[in-house]
Design a protein around this ligand. Structure first.
Ligand SMILES: [Fe+2]
Length: 196
């Protein structure tokens, strides 16, 4: 029996990100779920045999890549469900952003700058409960550089597969702006509220 189950996302039409782009991307998301399950079940199988422990440990090494690939995509697509909703000025997230960045625009500008980092990875806005502050970070691939125990608030997929149907690599800023514009901040605010 599978440990992880692919989520179904009820996504609206998105200005600047085509239906075919989203459909291709969802197929890739499901691949991360499949491979997370495959690693868990294969390790269990091998443990029952005399499989070389080296092979098992190398498979374990891949788990963070597949699992974080799965989970980050769930935040990515989850924040688009329900259609765009601007940030509520009275929300805890809005107040925290203003306190820390001066304005919503400044925070999004910082997030865009991080998203423009060269390479395949993710630009993630987290909330750090320990220090009561927002942290924006670049993650290489899916799993290299995640900040331990911080809650994901916004996750922008910056692998080329996320935008290549619609944009050339040199146009990726347009994709980033389209994604941010499409966010349902009711969902994003709920993740922030959960974190505090
Ligand atoms: Fe992706």
């Amino acid at each position: 029996m599978d440990t992880f189950k692919a989520k179904e996302f009820n996504l609206p039409n998105i200005d600047g990100i085509s239906v075919s782009q989203i459909e291709e991307h969802l197929k890739l998301y499901k691949g991360y779920v499949t491979h997370s399950n495959k690693i868990v079940s294969q390790i269990e199988e091998w443990k029952k045999t005399d499989t070389d422990p080296y092979l098992i440990s190398e498979l374990r090494r891949r788990f963070g890549f597949e699992f974080d690939g799965m989970r980050s995509h769930e935040y990515y697509f989850g924040a688009l469900e329900g259609g765009l909703n601007p940030i509520n000025q009275e929300s805890g997230l809005s107040k925290k952003i203003t306190e820390q960045f001066g304005s919503f625009e400044n925070a999004m500008s910082e997030l865009k700058n991080v998203a423009m980092t060269r390479g395949s990875g993710w630009a993630i806005m987290y909330f750090d409960k320990e220090y009561g502050r927002i942290q924006i970070a670049w993650i290489d691939e899916h799993h290299l550089g995640h900040l331990s125990s911080l809650q994901i608030i916004i996750a922008i997929d910056m692998w080329e597969h996320a935008f290549m149907v619609d944009y050339l690599p040199s146009e990726k800023l347009k994709y980033i702006e389209s994604y941010i514009k499409a966010l349902n901040f009711k969902v994003v605010e709920s993740w922030f509220d959960k974190a505090i």
